[in-house]
Ligand binder design. Sequence first.
Ligand code: AMP
Ligand code: GLY
Length: 424
Amino acid sequence: MKVLIVGGGGREHALGWAVSKSPELSALYTAPGNGGTAVLGENPPIDPADIESLVGFAKENSVDLTIVGPEAPLVAGIVDRFTGEGLRCFGPSALAARLEGSKVFAKQFMRRHGIPTADFEIFDDPDAAERFLDKKAPPLVVKADGLAAGKGVIVAQSREEASNAIHGIMREKKFGASGDRIVIESCLEGEEASIHAICSGEKALMLPPSQDHKRIHDGDRGPNTGGMGAYAPVPRLKDAEVSLILETVVKPTLQGMEMEGTPFKGLLYAGLMLTSEGPKVLEFNVRFGDPETQAVVPLIADDLLNVLYNASSDELQEGIAIHGDRAAATVVVASAGYPGSYEKGFVIEGLAAVDDEDRVVFHAGTAEKEGRLVTSGGRVFAVTAWAPGLEQALARAYDGIEKTRFEGAYWRKDIGYRAVQGTI
Ligand code: AMP
Ligand code: GLY
């Protein structure tokens, strides 16, 4: 089977690594890929936003299955274009991708279908949004409706912060048209976890729950990043809790989408708050999480290529993916200065010494220059390790990082601390 993966981050390398284990795979292309995916196959230099060139590439190369990493091409309708050409593509249609592409759509959808989430109001007028702050005491969460590269959510602890968020999104248009409407919702308390489910119509295969670390510094402090590490599974979410999430969140979502004539195929990612009243949805994403995917794929015993191929043709085997007693940890190594400005082009050394039967380096911002591997992004690579327990997996991941080197390398030292301390 010939497979095309769209994207070029750690998530795409992890997906490529997992599908490469399948005996069915005959060729792997990653567009545009990175230094890691170049070792697994070819990296056609096509931008994920250039849907027409991707369709052309898939046709010319008789690609059997395309797997889409990032959300933007999904929201823009890449799956509709591929299927319209008779090409098989794992991911939701543009209409189904509204679950991520529009927070207003997602919140109203959850209300229509009784899916547990925070109370909310929607505004298309900044004055009305400001007036609402007279009625509702902080803390409040202000969310831009559309895609905002993970920056469109502000948890406001005071009225002033909420007001500033409304101003920035709706009047200054910090996120462009994504801020034409906003959601203001109640602030939920609890621990956060991510659920990935491979879906096809009303069928779902639940993958091991995970938790990511979005902040740059230890103790979950400092500015948000694309994610500095992740681990799976989440100790508190045993199979019984995963079944509860399947019944109260995932199934009603799939049934609702089916009922509304926009059936969901692809990866449904629910960002959850585990509240005292049970799990509530913070957000939906319609693609694999990054870096969570890097910690989740080593725990999947099934042939992932087969699962994704079957899911894209209504033949998905439902259930909860068995992960046995394994845990996995992913620690991201970033460039100095990230998530602010940073330099590129530093030579990376030592990666070859990391890969082992229980450990792998997933590349993100790496590139080849004059035969050497150099840094080319903010998040450069991540080390993922797996073991019978999380503490061992973390120790193996950190031991792997110690073998690597590039100028200004930065990583968090406390990935997985909530699980290790027993808070989740
Ligand atoms: P989202 O993109 O909607 O998941 O929001 C990003 C982050 O904001 C989440 O991972 C949470 O940490 C936080 N967040 C979003 N909504 C809420 C909420 N209703 N209550 C508390 N925290 C929230
Ligand atoms: N790690 C969060 C995300 O992929 O959206």
